[in-house]
Each structure stands twice: as structure tokens, then as C-alpha cells.
Design a binder for this molecule. Structure first.
Ligand code: PLP
Length: 426
């Protein structure tokens, strides 16, 4: 087939405007995915046969997994599996209703107390996903007259939560407390407002500058929500998250988390003071209008949290792996941005290069995620890589070797890099 890949990729941005009255027209003319599938360059919805943490099986072939959020690799832990099975035996497969009406089980309530204690807050509220935790807390607290002040790189679920609330959204420059100060100065004093940041940014792997952000929010008498989906189990003492990492738990009003990353399950939570949690559970739309997290998911996440509390050494293993991986990529000469966590981007800036590298890495047995606009800014196409506590040094170095070979082919290696690597491969 004769086409220019760059032009093909760009053409997706026009689709939304096609069709006039007919909302299906754009779907009927959406051919990019089919073309990419036809030439083996379609990188999404990959079907995994097995997923063990550090290793997965994709279409019958074993690959090293560097594209999950399974940071503590607890999804196959025997206690976590057993807890999911026990929960199904106790309560069946679903509560078949919202938390408000008929979907609350003893499991939800007991786990809420455990989460609150873990993150250092008075109370917590369990939701069906992390996405829904954000929809719930933001729709509950921000009315149509509210202003949400978001870091420019905040997760899409936070933006969507503000949309559901009908709140006005204003952005400040990524992780820039001075710009936050400027934006907050323009919000009238009596307008309900909330500052919203991620703890660890999901694509860039950098950490919120919480000390400065807290200081600015307090100066403007504005409450602060921290989405710590990627910070729980990763940062802070025993994996207690970004606020604990900075010793600022008391200064952050609301902490959101998810079970779908370190806690090896699906579900989410919001934690804060008890009165606010009681309010959100009555006014947050996802708590009222969507079914509760199923027993197996809650059981698995509870067991994962219990393992984490009992064995905080897993977090140390994760951090050691993350440091080795990041330094390895850096030494090859790759641009890892400002990452300081297990999420490590390899920024290429070019979509075609990103897709090509993704494919070559997969052929070499390394699974990573290509991330394109609009998930990242236009000029920041990247391969999102992430490590787990379960990767061995040999697996990390094998994947680094593949990165070095592939990166060389695509010319994305900076000058003078490569000296002194690999550290542990002969
Ligand atoms: C920062 C952040 N918040 C919220 C979510 C949503 O979590 P979940 O997948 O549990 O719905 C994600 C998921 O990727 C995330 O990265």
C-alpha cells in the first residue's frame, strides 16, 4: 500500500469534523486503524494471553512487560488471587447497584477505613474505578459556579470530572507554582475554587512540586485535590503516596487513588475529612448513578494493600528497579524527560518514529506503550515505559539492550551517550 505514514496519522485529527448532521459519518470513514492493522503497525488493544507482571504472553510469544501499571506486580500474588476468589464466594460476582442504594457491602466499608488509615485521612470512599472517583468527587463538590484550577498535564478523568460538574476549568503551566499563583490571583475571592494536581504524572513520570503548590493554594485560601493514582505504592514511606513523601498529608484536602495500578485490581477511592466524604457520597454522581466496585475487585485490592503494609520492601525493590532502568535509558542517550519514578518516558517528539520504535521493540520482545497526541502535547510523542518490582536485573538489562539497538536505528540517541553502559551486562 502506498501512503505516507505521517500524513495518515495526522488525518485522524480531521475526523471529528466530518459528517455534518450524521454523527456516524466519521466512524464510517475511519480507516487509519484498519490500514495500520494491515501493515502490522497498529499498536493498541493488543490481546495478551497471559500477564505475569514482568513477563507477558502476546499472541503466543513471551515479551518483557514494560508497559503496565502493575508497579508492585501483585496481580498474580497468591493472597491477592485467593482474596478475589473468597470475595466471590462470600458475595457473588456483583452488587448489581450503586453504592447509594443497594451496592454497598461490608467489604467496601471495611476497606474504606483501611485506606483512610493508610493515606492518613479521616475517611475514604471506594468507587468502581479511579476514573469514577474523580467524576464523583469533582461532580459532588464543584457546582456550575465553581472554578477548577488544573495543572496542564492533569489526567483526563480530572478534566472529565470538572466537565460533569459544569465547572469552569482553567489551567496553569505544568508543575509551575508561580503560574498557579498568577491563575489563582485572577479567580474572584468568593468564587468556589479547587486546585487539582496529579501526584505522579502518568505519562511523564515526574512528581508534583507539592511544597510550592500547597503554599500557593494556602495563600489563596483554596482547597487542593491530589490525584495519586501513580503515587500510591510508589512514593512515600511504605508507598503511602506523594503527600506522605513530602510530609504534607495534612495540607492536602483530598487524595484520590486507584486500585488499578499498585493495588492490583480495579476500583478507586477518594480520601479526606469525614464530613466531606459523607457529602460526596450523597452528591457525587458516580456514587449515586453507577454500580459499585464488585466484591472480587475490592477483595483483591484489600489483599494487595495488606501485602504492601506487611512487606514494604517491595516498594524499595520497585525504586531500585526504576533507578536502574531510568539511568540505563539515560546512558543510552535517550530523552527521559523529568522522570524520577517507575514511569519513564522515552521522548522522540515524532509520531512516526514512536510507532516504528514500538514495533521494533516488540519484535525484539519488549512491550512498551506508544503515546501520541492528544494524550501528550503535539511535539512530545513518546514511548511510555514503566517497570515493576518483579523485573530482574537481567530482564532490565535485556530490555535496555533492545532499546539501545532500536534507538540507534532511529537516530534518537543524543551525541556522546552510551559511555559506560551496560553496567551489568558483560
Ligand atoms: C492520574 C490518573 N488518575 C485516574 C486514573 C483512572 O484510574 P482507573 O484506571 O482506575 O479508572 C488514571 C488511570 O490511568 C490515572 O493515570
Amino acid at each position: 500500500m502506498d501512503f505516507n505514514l505521517e500524513t495518515l496519522l495526522k488525518s485522524r485529527e480531521e475526523l471529528g469534523r466530518l459528517g455534518g448532521r450524521d454523527v456516524l459519518a466519521k466512524a464510517h470513514r475511519f480507516e487509519i486503524a484498519d490500514i495500520l492493522r494491515g501493515i502490522g503497525l497498529y499498536p493498541y488493544y493488543c490481546e495478551l494471553d497471559r500477564n505475569e507482571g514482568a513477563v507477558a504472553v502476546l499472541q503466543g510469544r513471551e515479551v518483557l512487560m514494560f508497559g503496565s501499571n502493575n508497579y508492585l506486580a501483585l496481580t498474580t500474588h497468591p493472597e491477592v488471587r485467593a482474596a478475589a476468589e473468597a470475595a466471590i464466594r462470600d458475595l457473588g460476582t456483583s452488587m448489581t447497584g450503586s453504592r447509594l442504594l443497594n451496592g454497598t457491602a461490608r467489604y467496601h466499608v471495611e476497606f474504606e477505613a483501611e485506606i483512610a488509615e493508610f493515606v492518613g485521612k479521616e475517611a475514604a470512599l471506594v468507587s468502581s474505578t479511579g476514573y469514577q472517583a474523580n467524576i464523583g468527587v469533582l461532580s459532588g463538590l464543584l457546582g456550575g459556579d465553581g472554578v477548577a484550577v488544573l495543572d496542564r498535564f492533569c489526567h483526563a478523568s480530572l478534566v472529565d470530572g470538572c466537565r460533569v460538574a459544569g465547572a469552569r476549568v482553567v489551567y496553569f503551566r505544568h508543575n509551575d507554582a508561580t503560574d498557579l499563583d498568577r491563575v489563582l490571583a485572577e479567580v474572584p475571592a468568593e468564587t468556589p475554587a479547587l486546585v487539582v494536581v496529579d501526584g505522579v504524572y502518568s505519562m511523564e513520570g515526574d512528581v508534583a512540586d507539592l511544597p510550592r503548590i500547597v503554599a500557593v493554594a494556602q495563600r489563596h485560601k483554596t482547597r487542593l485535590l491530589l490525584d495519586d493514582a501513580h503515587g500510591i505504592g510508589v512514593l512515600g514511606p511504605g508507598g503511602r503516596g506523594t503527600a506522605a513523601h513530602f510530609g504534607l498529608t495534612g495540607e492536602v484536602d483530598l487524595i484520590v487513588g486507584t486500585f488499578s495500578k499498585s493495588l492490583a485490581s480495579v476500583g478507586g477511592f477518594v480520601a479526606g475529612d469525614a464530613r466531606t466524604m459523607d457529602y460526596v457520597k450523597h452528591f457525587g454522581r458516580s456514587f449515586v448513578f453507577s454500580a459499585s466496585a464488585p466484591p472480587a475487585a475490592v477483595g483483591a485490592a484489600r489483599a494487595a494493600l495488606a501485602v504492601l503494609k506487611r512487606e514494604p520492601g517491595i516498594v524499595d525493590r520497585l525504586r531500585a528497579n526504576a533507578d536502574h532502568w531510568r539511568e540505563g535509558l539515560r546512558t543510552i542517550g535517550l530523552d527521559v524527560g523529568r522522570s524520577s519514578t517507575p514511569i519513564c518516558p522515552v521522548v522522540t517528539g515524532q509520531e512516526v518514529t514512536t510507532i516504528g520504535m514500538w514495533k521494533d521493540l516488540l519484535d525484539a520482545g519488549v512491550f512498551v506503550n506508544p503515546v501520541l497526541y492528544p494524550a501528550v502535547p503535539r511535539n512530545r510523542a513518546m514511548l511510555r515505559t514503566s517497570v515493576t518490582a518483579a523485573h530482574t536485573l537481567e530482564q532490565l538489562d535485556r530490555a535496555l539492550e533492545a532499546f539501545r539497538d532500536v534507538a540507534g536505528t532511529y537516530g534518537v540517541v543524543s551525541e556522546g551517550a552510551g559511555e559506560g553502559w551496560p553496567s551489568s551486562v558483560a
